[in-house]
Design a protein around this ligand. Structure first.
Ligand SMILES: O=C(O)CC1=CCC(=O)O1
Length: 96
């Protein structure tokens, strides 16, 4: 199941830089592990914003929820999720 996920990050201004840097490093490792597993298919920076648009490929809504709620930056994110399906004009032979 494919989902578009938009994440907007709002780190509190009073968070110490060392704390924020540690959480960001944990976030990067978490994200890259999921990318290596093929579950986090794409991640794109939204130009001009501390936000990303990502594509996830998971087995269920529950799996997506568990992955997203495990993000180290989750407490500081606004997240929106949209389920995806094949576009009838797509020339791709599969959903990759
Ligand atoms: O968009 C961001 O910077 C938040 C984020 C999600 C995965 C990651 O590595 O950073």
């Amino acid at each position: 199941m494919l989902f578009k996920v938009e994440m907007t990050i709002n780190i509190p201004l009073d968070m110490p830089k060392a704390t924020a840097d540690k959480i960001k490093a944990e976030e990067k490792a978490y994200s890259q592990a999921l990318q290596e597993q093929g579950k986090w298919r794409h991640i794109w920076r939204v130009a001009g914003s501390y936000a990303n648009v990502s594509i996830f490929d998971v087995e269920s809504n529950e799996e997506l929820h568990n992955l997203l709620s495990g993000l180290p930056l989750y407490p500081y994110m606004e997240i929106s999720v949209a389920p995806l399906c094949r576009h009838p004009s797509s020339i791709q032979s599969d959903d990759r």
